[in-house]
Design a protein around this ligand. Sequence first.
Ligand SMILES: Cc1ncc(COP(=O)(O)OP(=O)(O)O)c(N)n1
Ligand SMILES: Cc1nc(C(=O)O)sc1CCOP(=O)(O)O
Ligand SMILES: [Mg+2]
Length: 220
Amino acid sequence: MRDRELLRQKMGVYFVVGTQDCGYSVERTCDIVAEALRGGVGTLQLRDKGSQLSQEERYQLGLELQSLCKQHDTLFIVNDDVELAVRLQADGVHVGQDDMALENVRSAVGERMYVGISAGTVEEALRARDGGADCIGVGAMYATASKADAGEPIGPEGLRQIRQAVGPQLPIVGIGGITLENASQVIQAGADGVAVISAISRAESPSEAALSLARIVRTI
Ligand SMILES: Cc1ncc(COP(=O)(O)OP(=O)(O)O)c(N)n1
Ligand SMILES: Cc1nc(C(=O)O)sc1CCOP(=O)(O)O
Ligand SMILES: [Mg+2]
């Protein structure tokens, strides 16, 4: 069954990744994920955007990543593709404001799976909370090169306002442009964790990057 406190703990270091972040190579994606998990990633999101993979290839990639996650007790989340999340029986699914509506996602995935929603404003965050989201991804925190259509950065002050509005119970992860240098600001503003792509996928050592992020999140 869903356990929000477990989710909150596991979201400390939340690695979002797809083949587009790893040279469009499935093998490299799996290697980077395996390394990152060794460093201490609590939640992994498969976000495969615009790659050449067929549905079946993406399913196979999902199976491999899910198996790695099981070895490390890491939550496995699927981005956007609710059907894939159900087929893989993932731990959760993440959707944005322009994706499938929350109520439809919940009916498709059932009561067991976590549902995360993106929110960039207080209004979106309150709607997600009141609609039954298990967590929200708040961003863009800072400028990012990993998502072309990320909105204007809201910064730590934007996240602070969202935390104040939704209250202490709803797990929040900040996302967008988060690095080892600014991660502490995101946690200090009220996030339970940091969601990153490039801070891990482009690091010289993904495991050391994940470990450093975990230390920052834990010590704030
Ligand atoms: C944890 C988390 N937060 C936000 C997002 C962004 O979702 P969305 O706005 O739907 O954009 P895409 O990721 O689909 O491009 C996320 N993926 N994860
Ligand atoms: C996937 C995603 N969502 C965002 C949002 O604002 O909702 S920003 C983003 C990209 C995050 O990549 P990086 O850590 O490399 O900046
Ligand atoms: Mg989306």
